[in-house]
Design a binder for this molecule. Sequence first.
Ligand code: PMP
Length: 300
Amino acid sequence: MQKIHPYTIKEAILLKELSFFNDHFYAPGEAQVDIEDRGYQFGDGIYEVTHVYNGKLFAFDRHLARFRRSMREMHIPITYMDEELTAIHNDLIEKSGIKSGAIYFQVTRGTAARAFPFPGRATPNLSMTIRESTPNREQQERGISLTLAEDIRWLRCDIKSLNLLGAVFAKEKAKAEGCEEALLYRKDTGLVTEGASSTFFLIKDGVVWTHPLDHLVLPGVTRAVVVEECAKELGLTVIEKTFTPEFAQKADEAFETSTSLEVTPVIKIGGKKIGSGAPGEITKKIMESFQGLIKKECFN
Ligand code: PMP
């Protein structure tokens, strides 16, 4: 079969991009997936994105734990040991030579003739790509703007599934309005859930607020690090409680967290300035604490 992207792995390494599918490494675009892979046809699979700093994985134990939980909730058999998954991630880093980048990791239920119920004997397909990238420092210094968008996603947002159309629509709205991210709210309750691909936090009178961990939000790895490590280190009170978009717009400070955003200040929501319209002081302390954790884990 003719290759669509006829790169050699050596060239892929020069391009700072390398893929893995089931048991082999591939140059970008070289790996071929069967058209009856259930991820391709149903979005029937899960994913993780992990950041690499200084050639080392950050918060990888938390990503592995969330991966296992997503797989259990999806009833997809886990056919890898944690040690194997760690080794494949580290192999990708080593072979690509990437020091600062992101690893996309996906497992689908497998390949089977198209039918809705789970196939009896499909073997899960694992695919991964590492790409060079660095967090957007300029954006972190300036802060980002959010559009408000209705949360039209399904009712199992706690699973990091491949079904991302709700986020795709919200991100497209954000882009069309010149915003960097969308803040989602449920129409039935009128309450904020999270960002389209990030966790939302606000600060009001010194208290940090974020949505509780339930079926409506993803248990973010960065969220856990901020709540369990940064807030603790700084002695901040965090409450996990729902709130309205109007309450968010009247917050003193706000920020989004994700593996790629890290901790990024929010300076505008739905056209309304947050606080003074500049990154807040408590937010900056949380950002500093988060950078300290990265340094401790990956630069020692
Ligand atoms: N919520 C949603 C809906 C997301 O897609 C993401 C990022 N994948 C997050 C939150 C943040 O999660 P993490 O901190 O683990 O990257």
